[in-house]
Every structure is written in C-alpha cells, then in structure tokens.
Design a protein around this ligand. Structure first.
Ligand SMILES: NC(=O)c1ccc[n+]([C@@H]2O[C@H](COP(=O)([O-])OP(=O)(O)OC[C@H]3O[C@@H](n4cnc5c(N)ncnc54)[C@H](OP(=O)(O)O)[C@@H]3O)[C@@H](O)[C@H]2O)c1
Length: 272
C-alpha cells in the first residue's frame, strides 16, 4: 500500500538522475497528475513521457504551489541558484529530498529553512531500475514521510537508510560512484587481454560479458561474493594464480581503500 503524499511531487531537474526517477515513478503506475517537473529545458523524451501520463512541467513553479515532496535533482553547483527559486514551495507538510552529491542538509536549510529533509544517494543503474540508494533523513522526517520517500526511491532499486548524514558520503564512495569502478574494471581486463595477444574488440567483448554475467550470477545466487569467488578458484589453478596477485598485500584492497577514501574526501569537500 503506497503512503499518501500531502501535495504534488515536484521534481526539480529532469536530467539523467531526475529523468530516471521520473520514468520509474510514471512506469510504476503513479498518477501523472500528482507529478510536477520544474526544468527550464526538459528533453523531448521527458516531454513526451509527461504528456503521455498527464504530468506537467514548468520552467518556474506556478504561484501558490506547495510541494508534498520536493525532489531536488540538479547539479550540486546549481543548488545556490535553484534553491532560492523553489523555497516558496516548502510548507509545513513538505519533505525535501536531495540527491545532489556532497550537498549537506545544513546547506539546504540555509535556503529552505527548518524543513523535513532527506539526503539520498542513488546510482546510475537506476536508469534500468537496478540501482541502489542510500538515504538519511533529519529529525523532522516523520515515519510516514520516510515511507513516502522510500516509495519514491525504491522504483530504482533497494533503499538503505543510514543513521548519520556523514555515512552518505561513504555511500557515495561505494555505490554512488561505484558503477564507474566496475566499468573501469572491464577496461582494465580488456586491456590486459589485448596485451596477452587477443584482438582488442574480442578482449573487450570477453571482459564486458564476464563482468555483466558475473554480476547477474551474483544477483541470482544465495552465495555471497567471497563464496562465489571460492567456487571458481581451484587450488593451484589459473584463477588462483591471478588472485594471488590481486589479493596480495599490495593488490586490489589497498587500492580500493585509497580510491574510496578519495571519493569520500571529495564528497566532503563538495559539502563544505
Ligand atoms: N548521474 C549520477 O550518477 C548521479 C548519481 C547520484 C546522484 N546524482 C546527483 O543527481 C543530480 C543530478 O545529476 P545528473 O547527472 O542527473 O545531472 P544532469 O543530467 O545535468 O541533470 C540536471 C538537470 O537539471 C536541470 N536544471 C538546470 N538548471 C535548473 C533549474 N534552475 N531548475 C530546474 N532544473 C534545472 C538541467 O537542465 P540543463 O541540462 O538544461 O542545464 C538538467 O536537466 C546531481 O546533484 C548529482 O550529484 C547523480
């Protein structure tokens, strides 16, 4: 049963992430008339989707409108420009949701006041309904609003609520930025295959299908990642030879520790 929202869902910014969320909302049977998009230049695809489902879009919000959920999906660097223009949409019943990396609740409050607010961090597989979102809500967010926000976010995959705002920067480092690490893994595997003498395009096909197939296997299997790895590693075999390099003291773990620490630091800098 979907939790009722006190007013329209107002999406500010219908780009990559906002557009993906919007597609999920409209595709999951949500009433189009309950959704308002604010974007100065929505794409033709977004305009067609809105028209088909009876949802409206404006460059600037009509006078007197108060949002039930104000969903902010503009770039972090646009926030100081956009927030003053949408502050009047926030009423006592409104919950504000921001997906902007690094934008803190304190910085949102400067423009939007002491509102119920959620910081959420989705990732790009949201575009195919296969994302995962970390979310943190301030003390003003009621259980009912948390349910409403979970309903909105879960169209793109599971929603994990964290207990401190600082954890959102760590979520950003793991899953928000994570798809890029996986794509880079494919690039590295393909390049290593090319160096072993395979044609570059064949090496890329092998790497790409291996990573996506292994991901799908992991999704469907009850086993955790470590068990799945052990399942394909015969003692003394080829996989064991490669893993002895990747799992060495100077192998992938310290590299990932450093990389994710850099991502979290950058998220903290964006929020300061
Ligand atoms: N993409 C990701 O992987 C990802 C993951 C997690 C979180 N996020 C967060 O999602 C947010 C959006 O990222 P994105 O990749 O979707 O960016 P994007 O594609 O550039 O989308 C932003 C949208 O906001 C529009 N916009 C610009 N000024 C506006 C205004 N004054 N009022 C309303 N809309 C305005 C932009 O229009 P124009 O194109 O015409 O400027 C664009 O359609 C960011 O804060 C990012 O941190 C993104």
């Amino acid at each position: 049963m979907r939790a009722a929202v006190a007013g329209p869902i107002v999406l500010v910014g219908a780009g990559n992430m906002g557009g993906a969320m919007l597609s999920g909302w409209l595709g999951s049977g949500r009433d189009g008339s309950s959704i308002i998009v604010l974007d100065p230049s929505p794409s033709e695809a977004i305009k067609a989707k809105l028209a088909e489902k009876g949802a409206s879009s404006y460059a600037v919000a009509p006078d007197g409108m108060i949002a039930g959920i104000l969903f902010l999906a503009v770039k972090p660097q646009m926030m100081d420009t956009v927030l003053p223009t949408v502050a009047r949409l926030v009423g006592p019943q409104t919950v504000v949701v921001s997906v902007a990396a690094g934008t803190t609740l304190a910085s949102l409050s400067k423009h939007l006041g002491d509102a119920a607010m959620v910081r959420a961090m989705p990732n790009t597989p949201a575009m195919i309904g296969r994302g995962i979102t970390g979310a943190y809500g301030n003390a003003r967010v009621t259980d009912e609003q948390r349910g409403q926000v979970t309903d909105l976010l879960k169209v793109s995959g599971p929603v994990e609520w964290v207990s401190s705002e600082a954890d959102i920067d760590a979520v950003t480092a793991v899953s928000g930025s994570g798809p890029a690490y996986v794509f880079y893994l494919v690039e590295c595997m393909a390049e290593a295959g090319r160096k072993l003498g395979l044609p570059a395009d064949l090496a890329m096909r092998l790497a790409r299908e291996t990573v996506s197939g292994a991901g799908e296997l992991m999704r469907r299997s009850p086993d955790d990642a470590a068990q799945l790895r052990k399942n394909v590693t015969s003692p003394g075999g080829t996989t064991a030879a490669a893993l002895s390099v990747l799992m060495a003291d100077e192998g992938m773990q310290p590299l990932f520790d450093t990389a994710l620490a850099a991502a979290r630091k950058r998220a903290e800098e964006l929020g300061s």
